[in-house]
Every structure is written in structure tokens, then in C-alpha cells.
Unconditional design. Structure first.
Length: 391
């Protein structure tokens, strides 16, 4: 008999976690497992990539929540700006404190107003580890023998909201060794329950999709730089703009393309205009398939401030592109500095300096690409870790 698995997912938009989720779904052995995917939003460019064997369910309200509760649970469900949301959150939190409303009471109240799966499962896989409410919902609202949580983000060292109760989860899969070290330090009581499980990628599929035509006439220029990711502070797009200003002031000619969308998009656009870089830094928005852009680039740059692992960097490695990236612990697991890429301190001057260095030295760029060709990406054994735990 097949084991019944339910995966608590995320919005299937942009890159990153949705791509990692699809990578796992592509690899699942559906002769052994009956897989259900629970989503709070059935839209997004990655929905079409979900294998047909997966049963999809929607996580939705049975009864409407007051606006304040909506903001508390999920700011993206409330039509408000990020700054206004932060103000609301502070007011709501203070009100809860004044009236002695506990976090447990809050979550119990909200969870009862959502649809709850009637079935029992062999395991719940909570794939979006940084969504506190969804982590609570997974263990309070779904009956299962095992509860597993994925940890994608190293920012857990700064705020303890990865999950509401570590005792409720039986297993934690961290997407990099550096992330496991951060997690184990933050939650030493979980160290014996955490394990590294790298994100799955289908190398052949990456290579095939990279061959598709570039779908944007704006993508042109003699020297093309590409950065891919959600437009949030952690991804360092603001640092990229500062670096681009330095490069332009030094007389270098290039076109730097940003692929992705997010809460910082408006801020980044304003920064580009303020720096007079409208002709040099082009925001292409979110793309269902960014791989043809990466494949056609002369240089891939990832200026992130924090990462769990970074799938877009992994895809650039598969495509053997010259890479400049910030020297994060997670990136050191992917890049051998000065051999398969250039790692640099995470500030605009150093990023610009290393980009200029690669631009000026074609021999160096070719050396980095050739070394990546000799170091193929292969994480095919990672699914065995998941199977070993699920049984």
C-alpha cells in the first residue's frame, strides 16, 4: 500500500522555494507514495510544473477573519503596503498583549476558521519553513504519524519564528550544511533531528529549458549581466544598483538585467532612476522561465545578503556561466573561489570590483566556465534521505 504524504507548500510564484518544491515533486516515486499538495494560492507560473500525479488541495477559510487577524496570519492576503502592514502589526501585537491574548489562543482561533483535511496521513512535509502560521497549521490541523519541516533561510539566527514548537516536529531538513549549523546553534535540542538535504534539480530539464528563445526584446547589449531572485532586501538588488553606478562611473559599458519581483521592486526602480541608470539596469520582472536569459548572459551575479542555498546560483552553475557572488557560507558550498566562480565581500565596491575584473579578463571568464564544466551538478542521491525517513 502506498504511503500517504501531504506537503504544505507556498505560493507558486517567482523563483526559489517554489522551484525547489517542484524539483522534489519531479523526483518523487509515485509508485510508493500518494502525494497531496496543500496550497493557500492556486495561481502562479509554477502551477503548470506540478506533476499530474500530485493531488492539489486549497488551504482556504471556512469563515471570514477580521482584517486584523488576516494581517497577523498572512500580510499578503490584506491589500496593504509593507510599511502600513508593519504599523498594523505593531498595533495588533500591542492590543494582544494588553488583553492578554496568547499566541496559542491566536493560532487556535485562526486555525478553526480554515478548512482542515479530514484524511489521516503517514507524514506531513511542511516545505515553507519560515511561515510561522503554516507551521502551526501543519501540526495542529493535519493528522499524521510524522511531521517534517524544511529549513530554507539562515535568518533563523535573528528571529525565532521558524516554527511555533520544535517539539511538534520529528525531523528538520536543512537545504545546506551551513544552514544546518545555524539551525543547530539556534535550536540545539533539535540537532539530532536535523539533516542536510540539498534542493533537487533536474539538470537535463535546466539545459533543455535554457535553449528556449529569450522572450523579451529589452534583453540586448554587448555585455549582459543577469541577476535572478525575489526582490527582497536579502537578495541584495540594492547593492547591485550601487555596484552598477560604480561600474558606469568607471567608464564600463554593460546591461544589467534583474529578473524577479517582490516587495522591494518599487524601491529598486526608484534607486535606479535616482542613480541615472535607466539605460544600464533593466528590471525585466518575473519570468516563468529565466533560464534562457541566464544562458545568454556574459556574467551571472548573485549579491545576496543571506541565503539558505540559492537555486538560481545552482542553475547558473549547471549552465556553466562565469559567476560573481557574495561570500556567504551557503555559497561557499557551491563555489570554489577563484576556480568555479568569484566570491566577494557583500558590499557594492567589492562586487563592482570583481565584476570589472571578470569583464576585463576574458581568459578568467573562460577559466571559470571551463572549471564548471568539469564539476557537474549531481544531487540525485538527496531523495534517498527523504525516502529513508518516510519509509
Amino acid at each position: 500500500m502506498k504511503k500517504r504524504i501531504i506537503i504544505v507548500g507556498t505560493q507558486m510564484i517567482s523563483v526559489g522555494v517554489p522551484a525547489a518544491l517542484v524539483g522534489i515533486l519531479d523526483k518523487f516515486d509515485y509508485t510508493r507514495y500518494d502525494v497531496t499538495l496543500l496550497l493557500d494560492d492556486l495561481s502562479g507560473e509554477w502551477m503548470d510544473r506540478i506533476p499530474e500525479e500530485v493531488r492539489i488541495k486549497e488551504f482556504k477559510l471556512k469563515r471570514k477573519l477580521p482584517y486584523a487577524w488576516v494581517l497577523w496570519v498572512n500580510p499578503y492576503k490584506g491589500k496593504t503596503s509593507r510599511k502600513l502592514f508593519q504599523v498594523y502589526r505593531k498595533i495588533i501585537r500591542k492590543a494582544f498583549e494588553v488583553f492578554k491574548v496568547s499566541q496559542k489562543k491566536i493560532s487556535d482561533y485562526v486555525i478553526r476558521r480554515y478548512t482542515l483535511p479530514e484524511e489521516e496521513y503517514d507524514a506531513v512535509l511542511h516545505f515553507r519553513g519560515d511561515r510561522k502560521f503554516m507551521a502551526e497549521y501543519a501540526v495542529k490541523g493535519i493528522k499524521a504519524e510524522k511531521y517534517v519541516q524544511w529549513i530554507h533561510d539562515e535568518r533563523i539566527r535573528n528571529k525565532a519564528d521558524v516554527h511555533y514548537d520544535v517539539a511538534a516536529y520529528d525531523k528538520f531538513f536543512c537545504v545546506s550544511a551551513s544552514l544546518k549549523a545555524v539551525f543547530d546553534k539556534a535550536y540545539p535540542e533539535c540537532a539530532n533531528r536535523s539533516e542536510v538535504c540539498y534542493n533537487q534539480v533536474n539538470v537535463d530539464q535546466i539545459l533543455d529549458k535554457a535553449k528556449e528563445a529569450v522572450s523579451d526584446d529589452r534583453f540586448a547589449g554587448d555585455y549582459k549581466i543577469v541577476t535572478v531572485g525575489r526582490m527582497v532586501r536579502e537578495k541584495g538588488f540594492d547593492l547591485a544598483v550601487e555596484a552598477a553606478k560604480i561600474l558606469k562611473d568607471d567608464g564600463l559599458r554593460f546591461k544589467w538585467f534583474f529578473i524577479g519581483d517582490g516587495v522591494c521592486a518599487r524601491q529598486i526602480r526608484a534607486q535606479i532612476e535616482k542613480c541615472g541608470l535607466q539605460e544600464d539596469v533593466i528590471m525585466l520582472g518575473s519570468k516563468p522561465n529565466p533560464l534562457p536569459f541566464v544562458a545568454a548572459a556574459d556574467l551571472f551575479v548573485q549579491p545576496s545578503r543571506s541565503e539558505g542555498y540559492c537555486l538560481s546560483l545552482l542553475e547558473a552553475r549547471v549552465l556553466c556561466k562565469p559567476i560573481v557572488a557574495s561570500e556567504l557560507p551557503a555559497f561557499k558550498e557551491q563555489i570554489i573561489n577563484e576556480k568555479t566562480g568569484i566570491l566577494t565581500p557583500c558590499d557594492a565596491e567589492n562586487i563592482a570590483g570583481q565584476i570589472g575584473r571578470v569583464m576585463a579578463d576574458k581568459t578568467l571568464a573562460d577559466f571559470l566556465s571551463d572549471n564548471l564544466k568539469k564539476d557537474p551538478v549531481d544531487y540525485s542521491s538527496e531523495m534517498d534521505k527523504i525516502y529513508a525517513y518516510l519509509g
